[in-house]
Design a protein around this ligand. Sequence first.
Ligand code: UDP
Length: 325
Amino acid sequence: MQKTLITGGAGYIGSHAAKALSQLGREVVVLDSLVAGHRDFLKWGEFENGDLADPAFLKSVFSKHDIGEVLHFAAFIAVGESVEKPELYYGNNVRNTLNLLDAMMAADVKRLVFSSTAAVYGEPVTDVIAEDHPLSPLSPYAWSKRMIEQILADFDHAYGLKHVCLRYFNAAGADLDGEIGERHQPETHLIPLILHAALGLRDNITIFGTDYPTPDGTCLRDYIHVTDLADAHVKALEYLIKGGDSRAFNLGNGNGFSVREIIDVAREVSGREIPVTESTRRPGDSPALVSSAAAARDILGWKPQFGDVRDIVRTAWNWHQKDLA
Ligand code: UDP
């Protein structure tokens, strides 16, 4: 059986995908530098420890394993940092993806599922975002993902690289068995930071911007459970294996929740106070990102199972209590 290579498979979403694929009986090889990934998330498949910046390492991975397809998660992900240090994002995300593609083409591996982001849309011009919404990234992070999507399209044209770009809205929640979850260093994402405040590990949660053109003035986001994201990767892979054409799919629940609403849900789920402070807008943030995921539903047959934001926050709360104990 050919194996599935998962770059960034020791990270948050990649590890959930490694678990989902392994549970279906597929052979998995996790490639991770462990710069941002976690050794204790390496519970499924074989492990190759190295960096996409290293072409010789990549070549060795593709000659050692019979790889049928690649799930490409490995990337830097902090919007704010990307505004401060764009070179990190164009280097680690764009250039290193080119290294991966070079190794794939040399080994004749022509199927790839790419972790893209709803941030490629920038400021929305419609209430709900479908895949044909104009692309207008607001940060180097989002630009790096947009550029990679274009590179993949060009590689399809030139070399027949069949790929699916999965544009995640806001990944959140944790494995239902509590085996893995969200752990970033430093943490920048809303739900983990709120839960750190609930656990008393930080004094409060800062709301970035209360003057957005939204009902309560704070940003709206479409939170999607990480297990549902993992399932979408399985389905995207099946779609490519069946000969599906290259394209992008949105992954979200289609419901927007404000920062204040998420804090209220976290108060309810955790039973803790969670002090709040209000601050100015964070550079690079879009006021509202809410998906239409109709294409993923209709074409991939993907249906989120954990769409209730309380389930999302509850699984995250269970994980953080254990992980940070
Ligand atoms: N946010 C916030 N305080 C924080 C972290 C995030 O108010 O400490 C807001 C952020 O401005 C955005 C939303 O929460 O509107 C989600 O941010 P996150 O970084 O989790 O994900 P992103 O939407 O940037 O992918």
